[in-house]
Design a protein around this ligand. Sequence first.
Ligand code: GDP
Length: 200
Amino acid sequence: MASDRIQRTLAMVKPDAIERSPEIEKIIQEEGFTVVDRRRVRLTRAEAEEFYSEHRTKPFYPSLVDYMTSGEVLALILAGEDAISHWRRVLGPTQVSRARQEAPESLRARFGDPTNDSRNAAHGSDSQTSAHREVKFFFPDLTLEPVLTGEGAKEYLSNAVSPTLVRALTELCKVRPEDPIVWLADWLLVNNPNKPPVDK
Ligand code: GDP
C-alpha cells in the first residue's frame, strides 16, 4: 500500500567512522533508503557548535565539538517511508555500550567506540523539525519539493514520466538489447524531453 509517510532525514557518518563509510552506505542501501544527496565535509568549530547548539550547556559539549571537528564527516539526505524513525532504529541507542547490549546489530553497536560516549559512529535527526533544520544546515542551496504521495504522485507519474517511459520500453522490446538496463539508461539520456538532445 502506498504510504503518506515518506520522509527525508539527515544522516551523518562521524569522524571516527568515516573510514568505514562504504560499509555504512551499503547498510543504508540494504535498508532501502534513497540517498537524495551526499556531501563529505570537514566542519569548522563554529559549524560544529551550531549543529549541536541544543547541547551547549552540557558538560560534554566542548569535547563533542573537538571530536566533530577532528576529521571529515559524511552528510547524507536519506528518503524513505518513516525515514526519521527508521534511520534512528538502524543507528541504535546513543551510547555505544548500551547499543552493544540492547541492539547488537545496530550501526552504533558495530561501528562506534564503547569507551567514549561522543564517538558513536553516526548521527540521525530525531524529529521532523530537526530533520528540516539539519538538511538545510548541510545542503543550504538544495531546493526540495514536498514529497508527492497518493493521487499527487499518480498524476505526476502519468504526466511527467509515463509518456517517455512507455516510448522507451516499446523501443526496448523491439531492439531487445543484451543489457536492457544500460540500454534504457542511455535511451533516456538521449531522449529526455526536458533536456537538449545529447550526442551518443
Ligand atoms: P543522539 O540524538 O542519539 O545523537 O543523542 P544526543 O542528541 O543526546 O547527543 C548528541 C551527540 O552527543 C551524541 O550522538 C554523542 O556523540 C554525544 N553525546 C551524547 N551524550 C554524551 C555524553 O554523555 N558524553 C559524551 N562525551 N558525548 C555525548
